[in-house]
Structures are given as C-alpha cells and as structure tokens.
Design a protein around this ligand. Structure first.
Ligand code: NAD
Ligand code: IPM
Ligand code: MN
Length: 367
C-alpha cells in the first residue's frame, strides 16, 4: 500500500463542490489501486481572506510545499462588485493563486485539450471540425505580464509590464519540445512578435532552443490573433502549443469550446518540487450551490496527479476511462446532459474497475 499526502485547497463557490467530488472518486479508486491518501485540507482563496486576512496563509504555503502533490479547486469571487475585489492587489484572491504558483515554482502549466472519440457531439463545433482534436497548451505560469514590474493602477494611469528573462523562455520551450517528442513531434509557438519586443525575444529564444537541442521536433510560429482563429477553425492542426502566461490563459478558455465546456479542462503545473493540479475553470459563482458543477476538469487533473506525481499510471488510466464513460452516458448540464454533480460523480465511481490489473508498482513517487 502506497500512502500519499495530498494538500487540498478547495477554494470558493464551486471549488469545494468539484474537489469533494474528486476526493470521493479517489477514495473509491485507492483500495483498488493499492494506494492510500492522506488529505490535508488547507485554507485558500476568498474564504481564507475572510477568516485569516489573506487568501494564502503561511500554513497553506508550508502544507502545500510539504505535500506529495497539491489538488486545488478554484478560488475567487463574482466578477462584478464584491468585497474580495475591493481589497488591495496583494490581498486579492487571484494574487493568492499567483503567489502559490511562484511559491511552488511551477512555471510549466500543461493544459491538455482533447475531444475524446465518441464525444464529438458534445462540441458546439461541427463534429467534422472537432473530431480528432488532441492538443496540449504549454502555458508559461510564473512570469510575463502577470508578474512584471513596474505595475500600478492610479487615478490617471495604469501600468503592467510584460517581461521575460532568457532562462524563463528556455525552460518552458524545453518543456514544450520534450512533450512534443512524446506526442506527435510538433510545437507551435504563439506570440505577438509583429508588435511586441517581448514577443520577438520569446520567439528568438524558442528558435535558439529548437536549433540547439530539438532539431528532431517540428516548430512553427503563429501570431496570437491568428492562433485564436485557427484553434477553433482547425484544431487538429495543433499538437503542442507553447505560449506566454497571458496568451495561454486566454487561449485555454477559448480551447475549452472544442470539447464543449470549460468544466472539462484539467491542468498540471510542474517544474518545482511539488506539482499543482487544478481545473482550468474558475469558481463559477453563477452556478455554485446548485449541484450543477461539472467535476470533469478536476477529475482529469487528479488523473494527471496520479500519473505525474504519484507514479500511478494504471490508476490514472482507469480514472480517465471512467470519466469518458460517464460523459458518453449522460454528462452534466454544461455539456447538454441531465446529471448534476452528485449523479455524475456516482456514475464515474460505478465505472471504476473492481480491481486494477495488479497494484501499482512500488516505484518512488516524483513531482
Ligand atoms: P469561470 O471559469 O468561473 O466561469 C465561466 C463560465 O463557465 C461560467 O458560466 C461558469 O458557470 C462556467 N463554468 C466554469 N466551470 C464550470 C464547471 N466546472 N461546470 C460547469 N460550468 C462551469 O470564470 P469567471 O466567471 O470569469 O470567474 C469567476 C471567478 O473565478 C473569478 O473570481 C476569477 O478570478 C476566478 N478564477 C479562478 C481560477 C482558479 O482558481 N484557478 C481560474 C479562473 C477564474
Ligand atoms: C487560470 C485563472 C487565473 C490565471 C486567475 C484566476 C489568476 O484564470 O488559472 O486560468 O489567470 O492564471
Ligand atoms: Mn484562466
């Protein structure tokens, strides 16, 4: 039996709903896979701001850094006027999310986007366009305009600075090229080099890493505006997309249209000692408390956690297969189905195999 300590940061609104669904599935999976989980729930987000005066308490930073992996829901308040949006920038819930990513050093945010075979009908795009979509957005996560200085907002002037250091672009480029070697061998780097100096720098560094270390991988470049169009017009033309923090944020929500809902996209944030696993979506205050949240993105993030952090690929496969089966059967309402969170979660658990083919090998876990 392999025991794993998982830091659990539920967050706000639907965050706890999708995380509770996911831990219940993992609890059902654990004995069948020879795994045992020790959950360490830690305060995070708007709830932590109210209770502790900060969205990311010190105890949460320490607990996350000491865990085998961090499983996160989503945090933040309603988009309009709300007390959480009126606090100084460093205390904003979103600053807590950014601080956590920096604290863990997880510079590489992997956001896979797939239209699973047989689930093309869930896409609002023509089935012929959506069919076969299987791409990976590699989003730089701890740099760029999210963190650049100077940054300020005053009565007459607002400033944010997009800045990338050479080492930051080199390491995310390597992540993308290495991922492509395990996939279909193609990387598309997305930038705005026709206008922005920081993007021209990004492109030059990506080209340098490609020529020096990955000549076997195919590399092309798209400007971000055209990339946005191509993603929905010809999604199967992409394998790995590597891009900056801000462009990756925007393009991944856009790409959620391909499988049919933002609620299905997972992510893994890697590069530090401990990985962070969270869905791409936010806290969805508009549907919170109604039992409607789609837990798929969090479940598939947990599958990435099993694969990357806990060296449990058979459990990851079983979980992904159960989720796909439940989606094919009857998904949640965001995908046009009839199930709520609880019924969908029960359907996933029902589809877990009674026992995996041999328990996971007792290999050492890694981030
Ligand atoms: P959102 O992702 O919360 O919601 C966008 C739309 O998608 C909404 O209509 C919502 O109902 C729907 N949706 C999202 N997840 C869903 C799911 N699992 N099942 C079904 N429908 C789902 O984006 P927003 O409204 O722009 O942001 C709300 C809050 O979340 C903000 O405070 C924002 O800052 C925060 N946010 C947090 C994270 C995070 O914690 N990593 C990510 C994105 C946004
Ligand atoms: C995401 C979110 C976050 C981001 C926000 C809430 C800080 O949109 O994870 O995609 O912009 O990175
Ligand atoms: Mn986002």
């Amino acid at each position: 039996m392999r025991r794993h300590r998982i830091a659990v940061l539920k967050g706000d609104f639907i965050g706890p709903e999708v995380v509770d669904a996911t831990t219940s599935v993992l609890e059902a999976l654990a004995p069948r896979a020879g795994l045992a989980f020790e959950w360490d729930p830690l305060p995070f987000g708007g709830g932590a701001l109210d209770a502790h005066g900060t969205p990311l308490p010190e105890a949460t930073k320490a607990g996350a850094a000491a865990a085998d992996a961090v499983l996160m829901g989503s945090a933040g308040g309603p988009v309009g006027d709300h007390p959480w949006n009126r606090v100084p920038r460093p205390l904003r819930v979103e600053s807590g999310i950014l601080d956590l990513r920096r604290h863990l050093g997880v510079y590489a945010n992997l956001r896979p986007v797939a239209v699973f075979p047989g689930l093309e009908h869930l896409s609002p795009l023509k089935e012929s366009v959506a069919r076969g979509t299987d791409l990976l957005i590699v989003r730089e996560l701890t740099g760029g305009i999210y963190f650049g200085k100077p940054s300020s907002s005053g009565p007459d002037r607002g400033v944010s600075t997009d800045v990338y250091e050479r080492f930051e672009v080199e390491r995310i480029a390597r992540t993308a090229f290495e991922a492509a070697r395990l996939r279909r061998g193609r990387v598309t780097s997305v930038d705005k080099a026709n206008v922005l100096d920081v993007s021209q720098f990004w492109r030059d560094v990506v080209v340098g890493v490609h020529q020096a270390e990955f000549p076997d991988v195919a590399l092309d470049h798209l400007y971000v505006d055209n990339a946005a169009m191509q993603l929905v017009k010809a999604p199967t033309s992409f394998d790995v997309v590597v891009t900056s923090n801000l462009f990756g944020d925007i393009l991944s929500d856009l790409a959620a249209v391909l499988p049919g809902s933002l609620g299905v996209l997972p992510s893994a944030s890697l590069g530090g000692a401990v990985g962070l696993y969270e869905p791409v979506h936010g806290s969805a205050p508009d549907i919170a408390g109604q039992g409607l949240a789609n837990p798929t993105g969090t479940l598939l993030s947990a599958a990435m956690m099993l694969r990357f952090a806990l060296a449990a690929p058979a459990a990851a496969d079983a979980l992904e297969a159960a989720v796909k089966g439940a989606l094919a059967d009857d998904p949640t309402r965001d995908l046009g189905g009839t199930r709520g969170t609880a019924a969908f979660t029960a359907a996933v658990i029902e589809r877990l195999p009674a026992r995996l083919d041999g328990v996971e090998a007792p290999a050492g876990a890694s981030a």
